[in-house]
Design a protein around this ligand. Structure first.
Ligand code: ADP
Ligand code: MG
Length: 406
């Protein structure tokens, strides 16, 4: 989406840059009183015009934090320099008031606050200089109404702060909205995909199961064979159950059986089940701080969600590390944390979770998190991740709580 708008933005950006550079050059060369005898002041002016022009031109190529900071410092130096060099141009004072406006364009809270502080500090120094040293000789329009100028300056900073606050709020909301649309689009596609695949597999499975049941009855006298048939039928039953769950993702409105789930119990049984899996690489699952909490959900789906997430945590862990699981009652929801000290994820990797077939594992299916997000959404719960590359991950699972009937 962002890419689609880039060409238009770039065109607009460079047209504006050309206008700004032209205006700075006009200021430097047209009727400039310093031109007759160019000294150190004029050279400084020229250097700052050059530096700022270069920053503006290269900015789209290197949108780094350092370059932004440099641009803020250069633009502040530029406006303060021309204020001192051309005292007769009283309108330069207006530019001083609006220096932080420039950093609003970066939508960076830290840079904006830095720019606001830098400008306030500089203006205090400037006013002190005018009062103590200049005594209104070069800048009478400031000295004569010092109080008025101070009030105007504070007012201008307040206006800028307000503009920044409103626009960044709006931008954040838009970002969130865009993320939500992306996420729901993803859920829609996965739903359709799941339905198609599951539907195709379910029919042949039913046929095979039917025949197996028939042979199972016939093989009544062979104890060994009977055991094999039962095993095969059990496996097919499991496969059928998984497929039904896929189909339930595709049809979220379908009635599903929910019950009061004792989270503590479920966590205990899931841990018992997965501890054997963890033994492969000497990983243990440690249950700590488990409150008594209850949710209303389908127990199979809830277990499936926990198994997927704890399994991912084990798979991300180094040999011998433990995975910690906590469950806490918060105000009106249950919060389960699955904490590992494993490989961790970057922000981009976290954003990709839930995309069908997204997996960084050699034998991964990339369907686990997609199913988990669907299950959580179905029960108005949520799953979020705190993670740092190389340090570990905390998966935070939240479900609305229900009180057990006593
Ligand atoms: P799969 O486990 O089959 O790869 P998932 O949807 O369960 O599919 O997970 C997708 C990917 O997310 C994984 O391949 C892994 O790279 C990443 N991931 C999930 N959980 C964690 C975790 N706790 N730590 C690090 N990476 C994780
Ligand atoms: Mg997985």
């Amino acid at each position: 989406m962002e890419k689609n708008y880039n060409p238009i933005n770039q065109k607009l950006y460079y047209s504006t840059v050309i206008i700004v550079i032209t205006l700075m050059l006009l200021g430097l060369f047209v009727e400039n009183p310093l031109l007759q005898d160019p000294g150190i002041g004029y050279i400084t002016h020229g250097v700052l015009v050059f530096l700022f022009s270069v920053c503006l031109v290269i900015y789209p190529l290197y949108k780094s934090y350092f370059l932004r900071l440099t641009m803020i410092i250069v633009i502040a130096s530029y406006f303060y320099t021309i204020f001192f060099l051309y005292p007769d141009t009283w309108s330069n004072f207006i530019f001083l008031c609006f220096i932080p406006a420039f950093s609003i364009l970066f939508y960076d809270k830290k840079l904006f606050h830095f720019s606001l502080l830098l400008n306030t500090f500089s203006i205090i120094c400037l006013f002190s200089y005018i009062v103590k040293v200049d005594k209104g000789a070069l800048f009478p329009y400031i000295r004569e109404d010092l109080a008025g100028n101070i009030i105007n300056f504070i007012g201008s900073q307040a206006i800028l702060y307000f503009i920044f606050f409103i626009s960044s709020e709006r931008l954040n909301k838009q970002k969130l909205y865009y993320e939500q649309i992306k996420h729901s689009e993803r859920l829609k596609t996965t739903g359709q995909l799941a339905a198609a695949v599951a539907h195709e597999i379910r029919n042949p499975l039913t046929v095979v199961k039917g025949f197996l049941q028939m042979y199972d009855n016939e093989a009544a006298n062979h104890v060994d064979r009977k055991r094999h048939y039962s095993l095969m039928i059990n496996e097919l039953n499991t496969a059928e159950q998984v497929i039904s769950q896929f189909l339930s993702i595709a049809k979220p409105d379908k009635e599903i059986e929910t019950e009061l789930v004792d989270v503590k119990n479920v966590l205990q049984s899931v841990t018992d089940l997965l501890n054997t899996y963890g033994l492969l690489h000497d990983n243990k699952i440690v249950l700590s701080m488990i409150d008594d909490c209850y949710i209303q959900a389908n127990i199979i789906e809830f277990k499936q969600l926990l198994i997927n997430i704890i399994k991912n945590a084990i798979e991300a862990s180094k040999v011998g590390d433990s995975v910690e699981v906590t469950a806490e009652m918060k105000k009106d929801f249950v919060e389960i944390n699955v904490i590992d000290c494993g490989q961790g994820m970057s922000k981009e990797e976290i954003d990709s979770l839930g995309t069908p077939f997204y997996s960084l594992k050699a034998k991964g299916t990339g369907l686990g998190m997609m199913i988990c997000f669907n299950i959580a959404a179905k029960y108005k719960g949520s799953i979020s991740f705190n993670s740092e590359k190389g340090k570990g991950t905390t998966a935070i699972i939240r479900f609305p709580t229900t009180k057990p009937v006593v």
